[in-house]
Design a protein around this ligand. Structure first.
Ligand code: TUI
Length: 312
């Protein structure tokens, strides 16, 4: 499965693990990279020293390339950007903003820069400022999302850019991978699918909630605040959406979600915590190791694309 993305990143398969806040730590990232994909440590809102420890831990666990996702709304984004450069992490992905001011710093250290984008306009800006590739992320994704679906976003970004495009949002199995290859993507990024792996350290309650979800279990909170976030429905989303409908203040809404993701991921409080998840949760029924998962995805995608015969 060699594509422009495997060549660019020096990896075996063009399968990237999403840099999920609180979930994507060194053990998961190292397991994905060891299995031939690209593991990512999610810096999210964590302090730079935590990110450095995670990078050093991942380096102990794998000699293969891995990445760090820098969440640009974090108060620590600037320091994390520096740590990534100092540690010469092979790949950086970014989310929730534009990484333009850090691109020079990273490129100086020969770090591959892959911004996650949710629109054609931002994708074009990223190419202009020197990105090596982009992740085009549709609103089927969990967490902070844009407006367009993967089906509509990916081919439009592919046509607008010359650098390779990685598709994300709503991909949970080989059918999803084959589908986005058809849309012109050269790789995939999967988040939710990697939460339900043996190496993922998220609380078992979080994993179970994803495994029990169906096609309509996710909700989008925060549309009124300009920061829409896709989460599995629970007591917290019910209260949040009710408050939002009543026109509650930003402060009231933020009180409800402060620390809520950590509460779900680490403490397993899936009633009052934020259980961020993509819409593909309903397709997922089984926890496996990263190696088992990646090998299954690759062999089934191969089969689908080799035997492709849609009609007579
Ligand atoms: O970043 C994500 N997903 C995330 S970040 C996150 S942490 C968080 N938690 C609570 C509230 C808010 C954030 C949880 N999930 N995905 C990548 C992504 N980036 N999707 C959309 C964008 C994006 C949005 C706007 C990228 C660039 C952009 O605009 C750039 C600009 O400055 O115009």
């Amino acid at each position: 499965m060699r594509t422009e993305i495997t060549e660019l990143l020096g990896i075996k398969y063009p399968i990237i693990q999403g840099g999920m806040a609180w979930v994507a730590e060194s053990r998961l990232a190292a397991a994905v990279s060891e299995a031939g994909g690209l593991g990512i440590i999610g810096a999210a809102n964590a302090p730079a020293e935590w990110v450095r420890e995670q990078i050093q831990e991942a380096k102990k666990r794998t000699e293969k390339p891995f990445g760090v996702n820098v969440m640009l709304m974090s108060p620590y984004a600037e320091e994390v950007a520096q740590v990534v450069a100092e540690e010469r992490v092979p790949v950086v992905t970014t989310g929730a903003g534009s990484p333009e001011r850090y691109v020079g710093l990273w490129k100086e250290k020969e770090i591959k820069v892959i911004p996650v984008v949710a629109s054609v306009a931002v994708a074009k800006r990223m190419q202009r400022c020197g990105a090596d590739a982009v992740v085009a992320e549709g609103c089927e994704s969990g967490g902070h999302i844009g407006e367009s679906t993967t089906m509509t976003l990916v081919p439009q970004v592919v046509d607008a850019l010359t650098i390779p495009v990685i598709a994300a949002g709503g991909i949970g199995d080989a059918r999803g991978i084959a589908a986005v290859f058809m849309l012109g993507a050269k790789g995939v990024q999967m988040g939710t699918r990697f939460i339900v792996t043996k190496e993922c350290q998220a609380h078992q309650n979080y994993k179970e909630k994803i495994l029990k979800a169906n096609d309509i279990t996710t909700k989008v909170t925060g549309r009124s605040t300009g920061h829409p976030v896709r989460i599995l429905r629970n007591e917290m989303t019910r209260k949040y959406l009710e408050l939002e409908e009543q026109g509650a203040s930003l402060e009231e809404l933020e009180n409800l979600t402060a620390g809520a993701l950590r509460k779900a991921v680490q403490e397993g409080d899936v009633k009052n915590g934020s259980v961020m998840s993509g819409q593909i949760a309903g397709l997922l029924t089984e926890e496996m190791t990263c190696k088992e998962l990646i090998e299954k995805l690759v062999s089934e995608t191969d089969e689908l694309l080799k035997g492709m015969k849609i009609y007579e």
